[in-house]
Design a protein around this ligand. Structure first.
Ligand code: NAD
Length: 257
């Protein structure tokens, strides 16, 4: 077991990548705090774990709210006695996020508050407990769109993921001597609710898929395996970098027919 006796907080654990990571991390021996705003689905994640006699609890928190982030870290300390893995994964892709001309300020602010400030607040409150627990690994979910101007514009989302990459590097440098590693996970386009809701027509899906050399959307379970690598000692000499798991999309200039 790769995460035996580790305590993990996973935000956005009610769906997609977060849910799959919670299940996989628990299978590998971690005690998992599943964090989300969606209580019903979060409890389903926990049930899927505890049914298999593994350990997890749900903590409702909105990562864009400071007191909620304080609460989720206090919850991990009270319930499991420490923190070794912080997976700042919660994020949104707003359906009204478009180009610079069509996107409302409110959509931009909301996206930055959840996708960027949420990572900052998770680290602000998670790092002291992680230090007190002897160090650990922080994984921040970014995206391939931090590298490519998207075929379907989403200005706020793209900017937010660029910020996650930059923030991850700085966090890594500042906390390296404290035994804390910080890396970003950058998924390619995935077949999760988040993207399927945004690419809500076959034409939009096809427009995205045409750029993926592998010719398919990725799966949340494939991202969970990559996150496990970053969370575990398998990546013990990795910090301040990015794990791109994207079906080859950022390597492609033109895709083969
Ligand atoms: P998802 O929509 O399936 O899951 C996201 C979860 O985050 C949901 O359970 C949602 O309730 C939760 N959430 C949203 N706002 C929250 C908040 N303020 N506080 C706490 N929880 C909140 O999406 P996913 O595809 O699993 O995405 C997870 C991460 O991966 C996101 O950061 C996303 O930007 C990123 N990502 C996704 C894709 C993709 O194609 N799906 C690609 C690259 C990056």
């Amino acid at each position: 077991m790769k995460l035996k006796n580790k305590v993990a907080i996973i935000t956005g654990g009610s769906s997609g990548i977060g849910r799959e990571a919670a299940i996989l991390f628990a299978k590998e021996g971690a005690k998992v705090v599943v964090v989300d705003i969606n209580t019903r689905e979060g409890n389903k994640t926990v049930k899927a774990i505890t049914e298999k006699k593994k350990i997890a609890s749900f903590c409702k928190a909105d990562v864009s709210i400071e007191k909620d982030c304080k609460k989720m870290v206090a919850f991990a300390k009270r319930k499991y006695g420490g923190l070794h893995i912080l997976f700042n994964n919660a994020g949104i892709m707003h359906s009204d996020d478009g180009d610079s001309q069509s996107t409302d300020e409110a959509v931009f602010d909301l996206t930055m508050n959840i996708n960027v400030k949420g990572v900052f607040l998770g680290c602000k409150y998670g790092i002291p407990l992680m230090k007190a627990s002897g160090g650990g690994s922080i994984i921040n979910t970014a995206s391939f769109v931090a590298h490519l101007g998207a075929a379907t514009p989403q200005i706020a989302y793209t900017a937010s993921k660029g910020a996650v990459l930059a923030m991850s590097r700085e966090l890594a440098v500042v906390h390296a001597r404290e035994g804390i590693r910080v890396n970003a996970l950058s998924p390619g386009p995935l077949r999760t609710e988040l993207l399927m809701k945004f690419l809500n027509t076959d034409e939009k899906k096809q427009r995205r898929l045409v750029h993926v050399p592998m010719g398919r959307f990725g799966e949340a379970a494939e991202m969970a395996k990559a996150a496990l690598f970053l969370a575990s000692d398998d990546s013990s000499y990795m910090t301040g970098t990015e794990f791109l798991v994207d079906g080859g999309i950022t390597a492609a200039y033109v895709t083969p027919e």
